[in-house]
Design a protein around this ligand. Sequence first.
Ligand code: ATP
Length: 513
Amino acid sequence: MDFKKITSHAKEYGFIFQSSEIYDGLAAVYDYGQNGAALKNNIKNYWWKAMVQSHEEIVGIDSAIFMHPKTWKASGHVDVFNDPLIDNKDSKKRYRADVLIEEFMDKLETKAEKEIKKARKRFGDSFDREVFVSTNERVKGYYNRRDESASRLATAMKDNDLEDLRKHIEDLEIACPVSGSRNWTDVRQFNLMFSTQLGNIAGEEGKLYLRPETAQGIFVNFLNVAKTSRQRIPFGIAQIGKAFRNEIIARQFIFRMREFEQMEMQFFVRPGDELKWYEHWKEERMRWHLALGTPKERFRFHEHDNLAHYANAAVDIHYQFPFGFKELEGIHSRTDFDLRSHEELSGRKMQYYDPELEKSYIPYVVETSIGLDRMFLSQLSESLQEETVPDASGKESQRIVMKLHPILAPVKCAVLPLVKNKPELTEKARKMFDDLKYVVDCQYDEKDAIGRRYRRQDAVGTPWCVTVDFDTLTDDTVTLRDRDTLQQKRVSVEEVKTTLRSGVDLETTLRSI
Ligand code: ATP
């Protein structure tokens, strides 16, 4: 579905609001409404249960957002957590130089894909993508130019060559989307951390940062957790929490926010074992995504051309957002970089005694890091669909439906009296709601015609609707409507409960990962 439609649907149905909207909002900061908060909690729950509950060797913690300022010196964030920024002198708009180049590369890829699509149509069943891509001069040209740009960009980023970033933008003749001009400033580095000040200490000493990642809260607690949990390597520490980055470009809705949430897990392993575990987590995290029923072709592994200062291997799971394949999750082999730096700066030993090897060492770390808000956006765009379906009278009509996995749906079941102005029906329906609300998240709704109420529930992804009518008064059965198949079954209240319980049960999904 069109991205604009997705964002306006998210607002209209209480999923996401612009922060401080009455003051015209704050760029790249968003609030989650009643349905959004529920969906977000359900995603967190699915992640936590899959990562912590399902793994005897992983424990979960909740560390503070503020940390000792030396943490960020040790982690490298004070010195190298920068983005290269460039301004257009005419529009005065600010961009990330690397993103401008990446977007240009995306355009080349889109052009190539268009040619491939056209050819597939022309050749029909006999079409061989590989042969076409390797022989068609135009498509080869697009891919070659993209690859050249990718490696030039990776080198410039690695060498911190800001001059070449600017030259690269000029060579590609990239124009500002707002002014249309190519009148660029030099490229400068911009640190992404927000800072604030402790009340009782003046100057640099009292400078605090809002954490730009949750991972450091795990590293500094490594010894505490190792000791108190009696875990033996390999073991993991997981946490869900807020992170803050002063992003230069504030576009694409909740894809890139200044305040967001991360779900991270650091897996501590023996030095030398890290690449084995890296492969393991890469596969397992992909299974976690697929277990929600999202089609495989929506995901891609994307190996990093440009490794971060702490990593010896890194891959992103890209999801096909409405604006293209983009990073949803990262799996990084972080070596012993963080623990070693903390040991050096704090003077405390960050070593683990391995009883099997009978020696101490600084463990290596494999991390899985997913943005909760990006996961939310991927589910929103994946599940929101426009369909033509028969209405109550059998005529064709349009509906907007969110086909969320029931374990993620904000409301699992809506209880609806067939009509509003019959007290015997509304009383019965209310009673039923008061009973079912202890089984799953339910909603009671009596306003408007039944067809409109169904559509309202479809629009927020409610998997089941229970309708109370006159027969219910005599035989205690109700109509159970399924959101996706639109099938309506006459069932007892006990059967409703069984369907709800099994429909939202995480067990089958967790076992399939
Ligand atoms: P990007 O390249 O898109 O800026 P990143 O590589 O800096 O992302 P990481 O530092 O690996 O991201 O962070 C781990 C995860 O946190 C990302 O995969 C993403 O899902 C999420 N994330 C990072 N920055 C943001 C942001 N500004 N808004 C929302 N989610 C974010």
